[in-house]
Design a protein. Sequence first.
Length: 216
Amino acid sequence: MRFHLIVFDLDGTLIDSRRDLAESANELLEQCGAPPLAEEAIGRMVGDGAATLVARVFLASNLPQPPDALAKFLALYNSRLLRFTKPYDGIPEVLESLAPRTTLAVLTNKPLAATHTILDGLALAQFFTSRVVGGDGPFPRKPSPEGLEHLISDAQTDPGTTMLVGDSVIDWRTAHAAGAVSCVARYGFGFDGFPVEFLEKTDRRIDRPAELPALL
């Protein structure tokens, strides 16, 4: 099957950002007098945007969330966006292979400014031009299909020839809500706890980025 548009989630799909996210969250907890949470546990909380991540972190710590917690988290995280974050092995090569053959885009719940900083810093921005939708733009966050529908319309294609690659159930739901094909990146930290019983025969699956081109 030929896909005219391939849309990627960011955290846990294109990039491994778990350590920077976890250390930011744990520094915030430390400021509030709480012990740190495991990096793996924080990784499972990522995917619904920064506000939800912060709420989950405080809930897991049995702490009331301070009114300025989100602003503090964003300041901490924005100061270390690229400290440990890197593309998953094979991602640059996969994007370079796909770019001449199909349109590529990013759909993330991360704020747009941070998204562009990371894509620029990791030399990935060149593959997506202006087709990047963040969580603080004009569209509701995933799993709302509106951001994906916008990218489909902008690429002048249709859902049936669009694939959304993501590591979490949020991405899976987004693809299905828009009528696009879902490809589950089982290597990403968002896959931990994925309800695999929901997967359908039409859903693609990859265990490493290098497997993606063979699906096209």
